[in-house]
Design a protein around this ligand. Sequence first.
Ligand SMILES: CC(C)(COP(=O)(O)OP(=O)(O)OC[C@H]1O[C@@H](n2cnc3c(N)ncnc32)[C@H](O)[C@@H]1OP(=O)(O)O)[C@@H](O)C(=O)NCCC(=O)NCCS
Length: 139
Amino acid sequence: MYLKKQASQDMRRYYASVIVAVKQGGSEVLGYYSLSTGAISRSWFPDEVRKKLPRYEAAPAVLLGRLAVASTMQRGGLGKGLLGDAVARACQYGAAWAVFLVSAKHGRAAAYYKQYGFTEFAGDPLLLWAPRKSIQELF
Ligand SMILES: CC(C)(COP(=O)(O)OP(=O)(O)OC[C@H]1O[C@@H](n2cnc3c(N)ncnc32)[C@H](O)[C@@H]1OP(=O)(O)O)[C@@H](O)C(=O)NCCC(=O)NCCS
């Protein structure tokens, strides 16, 4: 639905890059995700993390949203592959970022991200984060 209704507008306005996985030699969409830059206020982090952060008001971040895999392809590793692709693209991006954010659609999606080491924010359990270094090492 996002791909049909919103993605091209988000791309046109530079609000998100939308990356689509298609079948080799075909055009059938197998999965997709969106990637944007952003910032996350230091006040969102738990005390023990916050005290180790540089004393800027916000930490530079990238945000992965809208991760989805076609129902026929789920549980085959494509979601993990797309997540890895997003991390790789973000690392190649010229501007610095320190935090990788993921926006989960629902609690089950949040559980999916947690298995890769993402932590939810107390202020919004559907927004999760991981430090760049740990997510880079994982993928
Ligand atoms: C969530 C989603 C992106 C995962 O992609 P996927 O290709 O199915 O997942 P992968 O094959 O990479 O990983 C699956 C593994 O993750 C784990 N997992 C944990 N929670 C999960 C969940 N909610 N959905 C799928 N896998 C989950 C399982 O251990 C599974 O391993 P298994 O196959 O050995 O059981 C995909 O299932 C999807 O598009 N779901 C519908 C839309 C959605 O919920 N999007 C959430 C992001 S906002």
